[in-house]
Write a protein that binds this ligand. Structure first.
Ligand SMILES: NC(=O)c1ccc[n+]([C@@H]2O[C@H](COP(=O)([O-])OP(=O)(O)OC[C@H]3O[C@@H](n4cnc5c(N)ncnc54)[C@H](O)[C@@H]3O)[C@@H](O)[C@H]2O)c1
Length: 308
């Protein structure tokens, strides 16, 4: 499998790290407008291969021609948040950058699955869908997978259970209007309130958990100027689901075509992920309150889209 990563900043570099050290990928291509930076990262990674369990992948820092025939392309290129900005402030500048990038990506890898990470992630994915001919299931965003990871970690700290035994999502939008469908959330098979009651734990303050989840990225960003470990692990999780044709459920950004009553908008929803990318959007019956959260995300994303 050949994977190309466009943008070798904090996030792209960490994703390449996961791929070099933990994947079965045979070829990794890194592209960045700062070519020397991409070269330096790739040389540095190449010096890990004598010592790790890497499968000795071919490592290339190059340009778009080198990405030809990629199975997966990950896009992390673009402007990064400045202190005081929100993800939404990046809309205009990143729209212009990504329209150019997707044309180059499609020219060389029309059959690839493209995973977008650049923020605001769902809106930028829609911009690229409109500027290319990739089908909806093959040009997808990392969506609320990272928010979901943060949510599961926060719950895990409360219930003192490995987050891998907790099921739940944050959905809608990787931004201020993301919402948690608590009716789907299960701790070891129990709803959260029952789990806490039966195990002598204080009940969960749902709104506080939502706020903590939404603020988690900013708390990291304020201290180190970026977030990269969690998002890189999230993207690697998506790549593994594609590579293994897992049919796993991941909350990713995908163009909705009537699901949940939404048409023509990329939103983060639970998706079935396999070798063809997002193969299906899962249907759920949300409560009225959850559906209201969904609609707030929808309105917010439509407002952002109008700015592109
Ligand atoms: N979706 C998520 O959950 C999530 C999480 C973290 C970061 N992000 C987003 O990912 C993006 C990258 O974050 P980062 O911390 O790696 O930023 P960064 O500034 O460290 O890296 C961005 C890289 O993109 C490159 N670049 C810019 N324009 C380019 C172009 N036209 N062609 C090729 N390369 C180009 C830059 O040279 C830089 O190396 C940002 O938009 C950020 O907001 C998203």
């Amino acid at each position: 499998m050949k994977v190309s990563v466009i943008g070798m900043g904090a996030v792209g570099t960490e994703i390449v790290g996961f791929l070099v050290h933990m994947s079965e990928v045979t070829e990794i291509v890194a592209v960045d407008k700062a070519r020397a930076k991409a070269e330096a990262e790739i040389w540095d990674f190449s010096h890990t291969t004598p010592f790790t369990y890497a499968k000795n992948p071919l490592l290339i820092a190059g340009d778009y021609a080198d990405t030809a025939g990629s199975n997966i392309v990950v896009i992390t290129a673009g402007a990064q948040l400045q202190q005081g900005q929100t993800r939404d402030d990046l809309v205009r500048v990143n729209s212009a950058i990504l329209r150019e990038i997707i044309q180059q990506v499609e020219r060389y890898s029309p059959g690839a699955i493209v995973i977008n990470v650049t923020n605001p992630v769902d809106v930028m994915t829609q911009v690229m869908l409109m500027a290319s001919s990739y089908p909806a299931g093959k040009l997808i965003s990392a969506g609320t997978l990272i928010d979901t990871a943060r949510f599961l970690r926060i719950l895990s700290d409360h219930v003192k259970i490995d987050p891998k035994n907790i099921y739940g999502y944050m959905l809608g939008d990787h931004g201020a209007t993301g919402f948690i469908p608590w009716s789907l959330c299960k701790v070891c098979g129990l709803d959260v309130d029952s789990y806490c009651r039966l195990n002598g734990l204080p009940p969960i303050d749902r709104e506080a958990v939502r706020q903590q989840t939404l603020e988690a990225g900013f708390r990291i960003f304020e201290r180190k100027g970026n977030t990269n470990h969690g998002i890189a692990a999230s993207v690697f999780r998506i790549i593994r689901a594609i590579e293994g044709n897992e049919q796993s459920i991941l909350p990713l950004g995908v163009m909705l075509k009537g699901e949940y009553g939404v048409n023509g908008l990329v939103m983060s929803v639970p998706c079935v992920v396999g070798r063809n990318g997002v193969e299906r959007v899962l249907s759920y019956e949300f409560s009225d309150e959850e559906m209201a959260g969904f609609r707030r995300s929808e309105s917010h994303l439509r407002e952002l889209l109008a700015l592109t």
